[in-house]
Each structure stands twice: as C-alpha cells, then as structure tokens.
Design a protein around this ligand. Structure first.
Ligand code: NDP
Length: 386
C-alpha cells in the first residue's frame, strides 16, 4: 500500500465548502489539439466544486482510502518543521499544485528514499528539482493542457486591463469619485499594437488565437517554429529569440516553462531593449523575470505596466516588492486554478495515480521525467542543468 502526500492551499477563510456562484461548469472532453481531457475510471467529486484546497483533497480521498492507501493532505509545506518535511520521509508519492508548490529540492528528494512519483496537479514542474528526480529515479508527471486555456484567458484579461488602465479606473468607482481624466490619462486601445509571446506552446498559441480578432500585429519566439499554416492563418511574425522580438512589441506575454534557458531572461538589458511604455504579462513563472529589474523598469517608465500571477517564492512574503510597485495588476497565483480547471486537473491527477498504482504506463503527454531522463512533454519543453 502506498502513502500519498498531498500539499494543497488552505481552505477559504470563510470556511469549507464555499457557497458556489454557479450550479455547474461546461463539460470539456478534449482540448484544441485533439488531446482528450483526463480519463480516470471514475471521479468522486462534483465538477465545479473547490478541490484544490485541503478539504477538497483533489477529490482523491474515497478512491485512495477504499483501496487501502494512506492519503495525507497538508498546507504546511515550508521549513524543516513543516508537516510536509515530516511526512515526506516515508512517502511514495507527492502531489502538489504550482499555486502552492511543495518545493521538492535535491535535499528533500535525498531524504525521501521511498519517493517514486511526484505529480503536479496542474502544469509546470519547476518546483521539483528535475536533475535530482532523474538521479533518484523519481517519475515526474503533470496534467498537461488541464489549465492551459484557463491561463490564456487570464493573460488576455491582464493585457486588456493594463492597456486600458482598468484597475485604476475601477478604483475611482470604489473611492466614490468620478475623475475621468485621472482614469484615462494612461488608457489606450489595444487595436493596432504589436503583441508578442515568448513561447507559443499550448498557452502561448491560445493567447495568440484569442488576440487575433483584436486587430493587433502578432509576434512570437519559440524553440520550435509553428506550422506554416498557423503562421499564415494568424499572420504571425516569428523571431529567433526573445531579444530579437521584444524591441518590436508594445505588449509581451511570457508563456515558456521555467528551466535553465529561461531563468532570469527578462533582466535589465532585455527590459531596457523594449519600447518605452511596453506592457509585460508573465503568468509563466516569476523567475523568468529579474524581480528588481521589473520594479526598476516600471519606475523608469520603460514598462507602462506589469501583470501576472506568478511569484517567487510562493506564497509571496508581505514585503515582496511586486505587491507595491507602480502600474501593476498582479494577482496571487490563481489563473490556472479556476473551479473549471480544478475539475480537469483533479481528474488528471487521479488518472495518473490509477496508472501508476496499476503499473500501467502514464500517458506520454503527462510525463516530464521518467526512467531517469526527461520524457514525454518534458523532453520536448524542458532542459536539465542548473
Ligand atoms: P507547453 O509545453 O505547451 O509550452 C511551452 C512552450 O515553451 C513550448 O512551445 C516550448 O518550446 C517553449 N519554450 C521552452 N523553452 C523556451 C525558450 N527557451 N524560448 C522560447 N520558448 C521556449 O506548456 P504550456 O503552454 O501549457 O505552459 C507553459 C508554462 O506556463 C508552464 O510551463 C508553466 O510554467 C506555466 N503555467 C502557468 C500556470 C498558472 O497558473 N499561472 C498554469 C499552467 C502553466 P518547444 O516545445 O517548441 O521546445
């Protein structure tokens, strides 16, 4: 019997379960590239309910406990005295979400001799030291595509909200005011702007598709070029690198994984090469941008706005400078954890566990590391090294 250690964010401050705003969510059975949505043998939860917090337990408890496995769920994840550290010693499987990541460092992996599987309930496994996972034979899997569209929608929302100065204008209403000039002095139309994405994978391409009807000029850079038919359909301009692309853009959105090639990419030099008054939206991973360089670029006016939902570390400390820097539209890490997304990645987590417990192959598209090497989706999109 296996011990499954699941690290999830805290329940709502108002208690669990919350009162739901809607009665149901649409059924999504496949993704834009034809990949089927998760196909576990069954689920023990109501789609649209809160599954990502501790009491929701990703809907896994009945299934795992009925089969005699031990499920430990905690939100206490950081520091040597954390429940996560204590329970890790004899855990076979660790599950966590990028929104509340259980950082599986090399030291922690070394102290978890039974650990065989690390599942990301969502997408983005950079909270796992992939080199250490490879060295210790730990399989890493994530629920590819489960929340890609959720994030793409968030990106579009943040682009419009920054360019049109939505949040400060809303603040005027909350404050009981009506000063139109204050609200519009930084407001523009997106129409006609140059918008570029760093990476055109599942999220990046979905953002491009969603923005095309806004009559913008679309740009992208990626390690692999999109099919010519897609470039033509969306009238895309390809650039060899982020450095080659960003000087041609008014809005840049980052949709690449965090790995050695992308860490620290948006530093003073790259930000300094952007058009004055550019907007940068990063819902990928915080460390793709240099934290203090972003603050400097906003203060100097090189950036007219920055938004995203990814921070380092997570949760972000109360004095994190991105909480108070000017012209920003940050949210906590929420874009990929809508109730709609949770239903998919909870089902996908169960699908991965069912395969692993039965000794049958995990879907290739879910694999990041397997058999001591990058595998599946990981072999395509990640690199190793520090
Ligand atoms: P995909 O794997 O579909 O796409 C990632 C793309 O990044 C691939 O096209 C890959 O290129 C490209 N890429 C990798 N390295 C580079 C590089 N050095 N320069 C340019 N492009 C590069 O993943 P998704 O689109 O589904 O997700 C992307 C990332 O978004 C995730 O890794 C995660 O970090 C983040 N994310 C954030 C969420 C949130 O809640 N905020 C939720 C989900 C994901 P190629 O494959 O051609 O090599």
């Amino acid at each position: 019997m296996a011990k499954i250690l699941c690290v999830l964010y805290d329940d709502p401050a108002d208690g669990f379960p919350p009162a739901y705003a809607r009665d149901a969510i649409p059924v999504i059975d496949h993704y834009p590239n034809g990949q089927t949505a998760p196909t576990p043998s069954a689920v023990d939860f109501t789609p649209g309910h809160l599954l990502g917090s501790v009491s929701g337990a990703l809907g896994l408890r009945p299934f795992l406990e009925a089969a005699g496995h031990t499920l430990v769920v905690t939100s206490d994840k950081d520091g040597a005295d954390s429940a996560f550290d204590r329970e890790l010693a004899d855990a076979d499987v660790v599950i966590s979400q990028p929104f509340w990541p259980a950082y599986l460092t090399a030291e922690r992996i070394a102290r978890a001799p039974r650990l065989k599987l690390a599942v990301t309930a969502g997408i983005g496994s950079d909270h796992v030291d992939l080199d250490a996972a490879i060295a210790h034979g730990v399989t890493v899997a994530e629920v590819t595509y489960s929340n890609s569209i959720s994030v793409a929608e968030h990106v579009v929302m943040m682009i419009l909200s920054l360019v049109r100065n939505y949040l400060p204008a809303h603040r005027v209403v909350l404050d009981g005011g009506w000063n139109i000039a204050d609200a519009v002095a930084r407001a523009y139309d997106l129409e006609g702007m140059d918008v570029g994405t760093v990476a055109a994978g599942r999220i990046g391409l979905a953002v491009l598709r969603r923005l095309a009807p806004f009559d913008v000029r679309l740009h992208y850079t990626d390690r692999h070029r999109l099919p010519e038919s897609v470039e033509r359909e969306l009238n895309l301009t390809f650039h060899e690198s982020a450095a080659a692309m960003v000087p041609h853009c008014d809005v840049v959105t980052v949709n690449a994984p965090l790995h050695p090639e992308t860490e620290g990419l948006f530093d003073d030099a790259l930000l300094g090469s952007m058009r004055r008054g550019s907007y940068l939206i990063n819902t990928a991973r915080a460390r793709i941008a240099d934290r203090d360089a972003v603050v400097r670029a906003l203060e100097s006016g090189r950036l007219a706005g920055y938004a995203g939902d990814v921070w380092y570390p997570q949760p972000a400390p109360a004095d994190h400078p991105w909480r108070t820097m000017p012209h920003q539209g940050m949210t906590p890490h929420i874009s990929g954890s809508t109730l709609s997304a949770q239903a998919r990645y909870a089902a996908g987590t169960r699908e991965i566990l069912e395969s692993w417990l039965a000794g049958t192959p995990i879907r290739d598209e879910y694999l990041i590391v397997d058999g001591g090497r990058l595998a599946g989706a990981g072999a395509h999109s990640y690199s190793t090294g520090t």
